[in-house]
Design a protein around this ligand. Sequence first.
Ligand code: CMX
Length: 435
Amino acid sequence: MDPLKKKFHQKATALGTEIRNLLKEKGDTKVDEVVIKQLYGGARGIKMMIWEPSQLDPIEGIRFRGFTIPELKEKLPKTKNGKEPRPEGLFWLMLVGEVPTEEEVDWLTSQWIRRSNVPEHTFKALDALPTDTHPMTQFSTAIISMQTESVFSRRYGEGMSKDEYWDATYEDTMNLIARLPRVAAYIYRRTYHNGMHIAPNTHLDWAGNFAHMLGIEGEDFKSLMRLYLTVHADHEGGNASAHATHLVGSTLSDPYYSLAGGMNALAGPLHGLANQEVIKWIFKMVDALGTRKPTKEQVADYVQSTLNAGQVIPGYGHAVLRRPDPRFVAQKEFAEGYIKNDDIVNIVWMLFDIVPDILKGLGKVKNPWPNVDAHSGALLVHYGLTEYSFYTVLFGVSRALGVLAAQCWSRALGFPLERPKSVTTGWVKEYLADK
Ligand code: CMX
């Protein structure tokens, strides 16, 4: 058994015993109450699932196994001379709850290289789609086309025991994550670069190799990819892509089906697609104003006109956070450290100055601050990745790390089919009348 799998199995066995005892002694203890506005309001805030890799605090932001993003940047192993954390390290941390050593991360990189072979029919399935198919549709198609390789599905069909679900899920998770950069880069190159594909460089780390296959050279872009693929990896379990992956997986659909489901949720403009919407909106503003160096007044007027048109300001607001998103802050710090005087980055910073007060003025927006999607596009444009329809795929490659680590836990802990209760408005009225 490989060292990560062995460590995961030990941890999962120990936690499984602890949970069984906890349920026996405290299973009926109340943790939450639900009010009617939550029934109509997207189930905001209702505590209804367990998600081990990370937890979100409205004020402090995300903690991965207890570590904030600044702590991850300090503690996770980096490449030689690199300053940004390697996403492999975060996956290790999310899966087993321990900060890995450099050797452990090197081992994981080599595992993912070994497992990265994409089946030929996946490339054929992608090639069958028109090149103007949205990259997220292509990404979802590619993931589901690889389901033919699922170890979980094969072993389930052969009569695998429940005790082995975690093992098959681990294998699928490792294979799937290993293949995603190749698949995503293939989509990028066929869509925007006439199918001039770039062979993987097996001497590079997972994120560095992804940057290389996209065709954007330079150490700084590789550094950006390491940071990007780290900070987007997980945001506890209730967000739409995580929850969709979890829900699909709870039926014992394998990790390929589950991740495709999660990616379909990520493709919505209120969720992951917001990263393309932000830069699209900024480009539209620059066009409308006729300048890449607008004044504060011009930007404020443009923000107002977007709201007057009944649209949201993309990249602002959040269902849980009530402060500037630490993932936005991490990307801003990256820009401050690596980039000098970029017009689009300057606009992003100007928006950070202007938008919160305007949103506060509406009196209904619960969080007027920027989220993860407000900054990423400006960084990508700076390094030449200007094709914004592709941005959500980058988010998806990263998000796979968290949602699949969580799926390993769900299968190891034997979580059941998810099935919350729905009611009708008639039921709500009757309930209120009875009260
Ligand atoms: N611009 C304008 N109005 C906004 C707004 C924004 N950025 N954010 C929230 N609002 C509005 C809502 O549309 C809602 O209006 P109505 O009552 O008229 O429907 C009102 O403020 C209250 O919403 P909320 O409780 O503050 O926010 P929700 O939890 O319902 O929604 C989110 C959260 C992210 C969907 C919302 O803030 C939004 O649409 N933001 C813009 C899109 C975006 O950036 N999404 C990415 C989020 C991060 C991610 O998942 O990747």
